[in-house]
Design a protein around this ligand. Structure first.
Ligand SMILES: [Zn+2]
Length: 246
């Protein structure tokens, strides 16, 4: 993948996150490692919204949080990204947002439960960083968030937001959407008086594995991308029988 193609994917990711309501004015951010260079990542700049990333304003940043290419102002919380990349070589993309229901769930101190599909993905796998409500504006704070994340795919920042770490940009975006929906369902379940007995772990495990498969993440990202970018459905999806018939 070229650098331009990676920025194009970042633009699409931003549009999706804005579309699902995670824009929160200009405070959400998304980044992805530079293709072929694990020491650098591409990131949305500070002064624009999720839906305003361009080839011209995307920043290239190193693992110390320093801008190495681009002219826009970077996010003060860049260290959430740089320190997760430093700690986790398997992570290729990071999303940090302040989604309403995840912030509310984080404030309760209650763990994520498997009340829906997204809940099944994250139950028992969603730690919380609770050292401070303040912004993560230093390398030390970023490193503490990365430690709280551990080997998982996401970490709540108590009364602040969430950081999602994906092995692909598609995964990071799709899991961000799924996670906020899971928090919304959980708060509804709790407001309605609490849950009936949960499904056993052996029933939940295959669903979790299915939803985390790269293929499912790619299919869901592609659908959301068509929706926000206004791109037409590929012919193979619109009329899957046509090729065989022809
Ligand atoms: Zn934040």
């Amino acid at each position: 993948m070229t650098n331009d193609a990676a920025v194009e994917a970042l633009i699409t990711a931003g549009r999706i996150l804005e579309h699902v309501g995670q824009g929160d004015m200009i405070r959400g951010h998304v980044s992805v490692r530079v293709p072929g260079n694990d020491a650098h990542f591409l990131m949305k700049p500070h002064l624009v919204g999720f839906d305003e990333i361009t080839q011209g304003n995307a920043l290239t940043i190193d693992l110390d949080g320093k801008v190495v290419a681009g002219h826009a102002r970077r996010h003060g919380e860049v260290f959430i990204h740089s320190e997760i990349y430093r700690a986790r070589p398997d992570v290729r993309a990071v999303v940090h947002t302040h989604p309403t229901h995840l912030v509310a769930l984080s404030a309760t101190g209650k763990p994520m439960r498997p009340h829906c599909q997204g809940g099944a993905v994250f139950a028992g796998a969603l730690p919380t960083y609770d050292d401070t409500i303040n912004l993560i504006r230093t390398r030390e704070l970023g490193a503490a968030v990365a430690r709280a994340l551990g080997p998982h795919r996401a970490v709540l920042l108590k009364s602040h937001g969430v950081a999602v770490a994906g092995t692909t940009l598609e995964e990071a975006v799709v899991l961000s959407v799924m996670l906020e929906e899971a928090a919304r369902v959980q708060l509804l379940v709790e407001a309605a008086g609490g849950a009936a007995p949960e499904f056993p772990p052996e029933d939940i495990a295959p669903l979790r594995q299915f939803l985390l498969s790269p293929e499912q993440c790619a299919i869901n990202f592609a659908y959301l991308a068509r929706k926000v970018m206004g791109t037409p459905m590929p012919a193979a999806l619109a009329n899957p029988g046509a090729e065989r018939a022809g």
